[in-house]
Design a protein around this ligand. Structure first.
Ligand code: DC
Length: 253
């Protein structure tokens, strides 16, 4: 079974997807780490970042190995350097490159052949795995995402004001949405989960329920029409009864 989790930067996809994969006993794939790994390698090897064809040619020759939470490039574990600001500010050269995207999507699909997978990114439910059995679009308001990021940076003693973090995030959202290939769009059949006000564990629990419901539906086979009109649908509810989903959730009666 393939579970895709797409959504904007700062929605907490990585920690939630990893936690979900652990609960389900599925493999986990952080596709952002793959884009970061190529960008980091390109910078370290002083590749011409502005030359898209050359960047793609060199990237194609890389041996990229992804394990649950590590990325190896040509045998070197590059995981620890993936969050450096220089990588973030140059990643668009890699993420906007159609040939590199194709290369990485091929690797993502190869990983799914090993068995059950939770994969997170921007285009997992739309481009990489359009037939995934369970698609989730994980998001939060721009303000909430910026607040979380700001709190995180302050914990690391980074002196930056909230407005700057929010502005930076809006720029990342814009780039993700306007990318000519593999832009962040919600798959039509994705379930939207809005995480404002929810803890990581609450989100993981909720997603686990969604995946188990999807698995149960697959086990039962195509839905049979019933006297009550078939499946019940309704907005997702948070612990206080508030709506946490902009989309609709199929429920197992
Ligand atoms: O999720 P992240 O912040 O680690 O992603 C790093 C970058 O890679 C970000 O600029 C978006 C891009 N990305 C992408 O284009 N497609 C994906 N499937 C995952 C990430």
């Amino acid at each position: 079974m393939i579970v895709t989790i797409d959504g904007p930067a700062g929605a907490g996809k990585s920690t939630v997807a990893l936690g979900l994969a652990e609960r389900l006993g599925f493999r986990f794939l952080d596709t952002g780490a793959m884009y970061r790994a190529v960008a980091r390698t390109a910078l370290a090897r002083r590749w011409p970042m502005e030359d898209a064809a050359e960047l793609a040619r060199r990237s194609a020759a890389l041996d990229i190995q992804v394990a649950d939470d590590r990325v190896l490039v040509d045998g070197e574990d590059v995981t620890d350097g993936l969050r450096e600001p220089l990588v973030a500010s140059n990643i668009h050269f890699v993420a906007d490159n159609p040939a590199i995207r194709e290369q990485l999507v091929r690797l993502q699909r190869a990983r799914s052949e090993l068995g059950d997978l939770v994969t997170e990114g921007r285009d997992q439910g739309t481009v990489a795995f359009p037939d995934a059995e369970c698609k989730i679009f994980l998001t939060a308001s721009a303000e909430e995402r910026a607040k979380r990021r700001h709190d995180e940076l302050r914990l690391r003693d980074v002196d930056i004001d909230y407005e700057t973090v929010l502005e930076d995030q809006r720029e990342r959202d814009r780039r993700d949405a306007e990318r000519p290939v593999g832009p962040l769009v919600q798959a039509e059949d994705a379930i939207v989960v809005v995480t404002d006000g929810l803890t990581r564990d609450e989100v993981i629990e909720h997603l686990e329920r969604l995946v188990r419901n999807a698995a149960e539906r697959i086990r039962r086979g195509p839905a049979q029409p019933s006297a009550s009109g078939g499946e019940r649908r309704g907005p997702l509810r948070g612990p206080g009864g508030e709506s946490i989903g902009g989309g609709l959730e199929d429920e197992i009666p």
